[in-house]
Design a protein around this ligand. Structure first.
Ligand SMILES: *Cc1c(COP(=O)(O)O)cnc(C)c1O
Length: 383
């Protein structure tokens, strides 16, 4: 059997045709495929607006810029995430505060967030960046209540959760990233994520003001929109109105994204099926599996187990051609963040999680045979 990675993209014949079509069209970038992908993605998520960008990190950076993050601003995020969720604040000159994670969901602990907020005057913190860790929808409704009380904005890092949802306190279904509770939500289309475009990212929102600002910032802060120009010297005329970037995505990538998006629901169902089978297979061994009441709501970007024998299990699986992964090394323990003053012991729940977590192979094109083999090796290890 071939080596089994923890995540892998799937490219269909239809995907290849879509890319070839884009390659032979008039536009390689800044053409119609971008809006097409944006509209399809906004529809899928149930948000009003979507802005496609070059990658998930660019989506975070642009989101922070659109919300005016600047020197002196303090933002709260989780230590258990990819570093980019915190870095985007530093890019803008702001600083990051962490709130420890919840023991069972591994997402930011809302009680810890509240404690932080209560300990300072209103206005001390400007925003919060929660993460739908592993595909588990974070409680954006609860965070929105805090945000309203303490005058904060919310950027939901939904990279792990396209298709995930929860029912809010009014029993209304809320898709991750739908713009109902968060001001902005961001996604990544890196090959290990649900939808692959090579590199790629998306920002969703229901706020028109932010949507328009993001469009400007994505492309140098330059506009040709006659409604926005201060004057108009002629058809060539454009204005640079903000200090923006080139964070554009290509038509080639968006054609692939639109084609991949058509299979997103099937891929998600397959992820949930794989998670369920793992959960059932590991019932009688001593590892902690995700606590799931309903497999439907969880987007299962990752299938994370906790074990005291993490290193031994990782090595054992590797020896057997199974490449599990660790998500994540707590951001505050990265040398760069330690230089900023964080240290071991600051967030014990996150650190304890890190000592034991392991992400097992999880991707829609994983065959039953592959999963059975992974299960067999894990049961063998615990025998
Ligand atoms: C993948 C990921 C990112 C960054 O996305 P890129 O497209 O790789 O820049 C940010 N946050 C989380 C939680 C991610 O998983």
């Amino acid at each position: 059997m071939k080596a089994i990675p923890y995540g892998r993209q799937f490219i269909s014949e239809e995907d290849k045709e879509a890319v070839l079509k884009a390659l032979t069209s008039d536009f390689l970038t800044q053409g119609p495929e971008i809006t097409k992908f944006e509209n399809a993605f906004a529809d899928y998520i149930g948000a009003k607006y979507a802005v496609a960008v070059s990658n998930g990190t660019a989506a975070l950076h642009l989101s922070a810029l659109a919300l005016n993050v600047k020197e002196g601003d303090r933002i709260i995020t989780t230590p258990i995430t990819f570093a980019a969720s915190a870095n985007c604040v530093l890019y803008c000159g702001g600083s990051v505060e962490f709130a420890d994670i919840d023991e069972t969901t591994y997402t930011i602990d809302i009680k810890k967030v509240e404690q932080l907020l209560e300990s300072k005057p209103i206005g001390y913190y400007k925003g919060i960046i929660p993460v739908d860790m592993a595909g588990q929808p974070v409680n954006t409704e609860g965070l929105r209540n805090l945000a309203n009380k303490y005058n904060l904005w919310i950027i939901e890092d939904a990279c792990h959760a396209p298709g995930g949802y929860f029912f809010d306190s009014n029993n209304v279904k809320q898709n991750c990233g739908n713009g109902h509770f968060a001001d902005l939500s961001i996604f990544s289309f890196h090959p290990v994520k649900h939808i692959a475009t090579g590199e790629g990212g998306m920002i969703t929102t229901n706020r028109k003001d932010l949507y328009e600002k993001l469009l400007l910032l994505r492309t140098h802060g330059i506009t040709k929109n006659p409604e926005l120009l201060h004057k108009n010297d002629g058809d060539w005329y454009y204005e640079m109105q903000e200090l923006g970037y080139n964070y554009r995505i290509t038509d080639i990538q968006c054609a692939l994204g639109t084609s991949q998006l058509k299979r997103a629901d099937n891929g998600l169902k397959r992820r949930q099926e794989i998670a369920k089978k793992y959960n059932e297979a590991f019932k009688c061994i001593s590892i902690t599996t995700p606590e799931i009441n309903d497999y439907d709501y969880h987007a299962f970007h990752l299938y994370v187990v906790l074990t005291e024998n993490r290193k031994e299990l990782y090595d054992y699986l590797r020896k057997n051609q199974i490449y599990s992964q660790v998500h994540y090394i707590p951001v505050h323990l990265q040398p760069y963040y330690q230089k900023l003053g964080w240290k071991k012991g600051d967030f014990p729940v996150a650190e304890n999680y890190y000592d034991r977590c392991l992400s097992l192979p999880m991707f829609p094109s994983m065959t039953d045979e592959e999963q059975n083999y992974v299960i067999e090796k894990i049961l063998e290890f615990f025998k």
